[in-house]
Ligand binder design. Structure first.
Ligand SMILES: Nc1ncnc2c1ncn2[C@@H]1O[C@H](COP(=O)(O)OP(=O)(O)O)[C@@H](O)[C@H]1O
Ligand SMILES: [Mg+2]
Length: 355
């Protein structure tokens, strides 16, 4: 071996021993003090000569240093494993918590790192999902805005190009442009509502209210829409002192949405509002004899912009946001919106409230 190489190896060993000591320095007192105590006890009991006690002193000192060195070595190995794991996490090298292993002496720390890793993975997945939802929502909004705007533009251009003087179509085109303008306005209102709700700005104000009075005034307001389609809008008898607990204004939005849906998606028969109650809760049901919703669509109707039949929904002034808003409001009441439906027979939406 060349002297230079030997020197290099020697230096490296020395360096590593130094680092072992640095790493084990917190154990210094707990190794040296017992060694010193042992030394004193031994010379006290065995009355050793100076040479013997010096040899014993150095023997114990060297043993203590070797022990310290071994402890330091182990410590450094553990720290380097931890560092490797943290680096691997940082560089996304792990796909599951099972890949994180720290050895039997560090089970607790391993558990901590695993749970931290799990949380970070979850947070990342949630962020990715949110980002996807956001992009999808933006895409949907642009698409939904484009439809009425293009239609309005089309009618206005045709009118400007001369149709304004054609008495057979001019009024019709204006009516159609007007219809799309009100769709646009419905859409904007629903968008404002949904963004308020989803950004947590919906302020709720819960109070007891008289159910009979409340539903009667709702019926009076919505009846013309039912009559326009030759439908009966019927409120089943409600006990006159019955009170429910909730946010009257928000619940009105729910009921208007549900009753208007029932009217929109029903061609003949009736739309009924039925109130039932048990011990602590009451239930409001909105039942129609309309086109119904297939089982497959039932799972999705509460999603934003989901519509079974887009053209029909637009035709009747729908935005596809109504039921998403309804669901949010009922959730905010700590309740759940439920739906049962049979194609061609009818649909029943219901939700419970505290009474
Ligand atoms: N009472 C009902 N009868 C049949 N289909 C319904 C009823 N209520 C809702 N739907 C279906 O659920 C979809 C979503 O409803 P909603 O969110 O209110 O949107 P829209 O603005 O289209 O009414 C509707 O497009 C319609 O297809
Ligand atoms: Mg609707």
């Amino acid at each position: 071996m060349k002297p230079l190489k030997a020197l290099d190896i020697g230096l490296r060993i020395l360096n590593s021993i130094k680092e072992n000591f640095v790493s084990a320095r917190i154990f210094l007192p707990s190794v040296l003090i017992p060694a010193l105590v042992l030394y004193l006890l031994l010379i006290f009991f065995f009355v050793l000569s100076i040479i013997q006690s010096l040899s014993l002193f150095f023997l114990l000192l060297i043993s203590a240093l070797v022990i310290l060195n071994l402890i330091g070595l182990k410590h450094r190995k553990e720290i380097s494993t931890i560092r490797n794991i943290i680096n691997s996490i940082r560089n996304n090298k792990f796909s599951s918590t099972d890949e994180i292993k720290l050895g039997e002496y560090l089970v607790e720390l391993e558990g901590e790192i695993k749970s931290m890793f799990f949380r970070t993975q979850n947070d990342i997945a949630n962020l990715q999902k949110l980002e996807q939802v956001r992009t999808e929502f933006l895409g949907n909004v642009s698409h939904e805005l484009r439809t009425p705007i293009f239609a309005i533009q089309g009618y206005l251009e045709t009118l400007l190009d001369g149709a304004i003087n054609d008495s057979k179509v001019n009024l019709n085109f204006l009516k159609k442009a007007n219809h799309h303008t009100s769709n646009l306005s419905n859409l904007l209102n629903d968008l404002i509502d949904i963004s308020m709700i989803e950004s947590g700005q919906m302020k709720m104000s819960f109070r007891y209210f008289n159910v009979q009075e409340y539903l009667k005034s709702l019926i009076t307001e919505l009846e013309p829409h039912a009559l326009a389609k030759n439908l009966v809008l019927e409120l089943h008898p409600v006990k006159n002192n019955l009170q429910f607990f909730g946010d009257k204004e928000k619940l009105k939005q729910v009921l208007v949405n549900l009753v208007m849906n029932a009217i929109k998606y029903t061609e003949k028969g009736k739309v009924e509002i039925i109130v039932t109650e048990d011990d602590k809760t009451g239930k409001i049901k909105i039942k129609d004899s309309g086109i119904g919703i297939s089982e497959r669509d039932l799972e999705r109707i509460f999603e934003r912009f989901y519509r079974v039949d887009k053209d029909r929904s637009r035709e009747v002034g729908g935005t596809g946001l109504g039921l998403a808003i309804v669901k949010h409001i009922i959730d905010a009441h700590g309740s759940k919106i439920e739906v049962m439906s049979k194609l061609g027979i009818g649909t029943e939406f219901s939700f419970s409230l505290k009474k």
